[in-house]
Write a protein that binds this ligand. Structure first.
Ligand code: SF4
Ligand code: SF4
Length: 71
């Protein structure tokens, strides 16, 4: 399958995340949606631009953005 961009994997550490919503707000691509408790869920990964703002702005280092190489 042809890929137009690198795939990205986003990992949220639920044990560390304090449900502040910063990552949801800072993501211009609207990749996240909060669940009923405010935990960010990855809903729209195809639109992720790998800008890493969510990772950089998380006060608790609970977000990890990884580029996945598809060869
Ligand atoms: S890396 Fe950027 S585009 Fe992707 S989820 Fe995080 S803030 Fe959104
Ligand atoms: S910015 Fe970090 S602590 Fe806040 S909701 Fe997102 S993952 Fe959780």
């Amino acid at each position: 399958m042809n890929k137009t961009k690198n795939e990205v994997r986003i990992i949220i550490d639920e044990a560390i995340c304090k449900r502040c919503g910063f990552c949801i707000e800072f993501c211009n691509a609207r990749v996240f949606e909060a669940d009923k408790d405010g935990l960010p869920l990855v809903k729209n990964l195809d639109d992720c631009t790998n800008c890493r703002l969510c990772e950089l702005r998380c006060p608790d280092f609970a977000v990890q953005v990884e580029a996945v190489d598809n060869e």
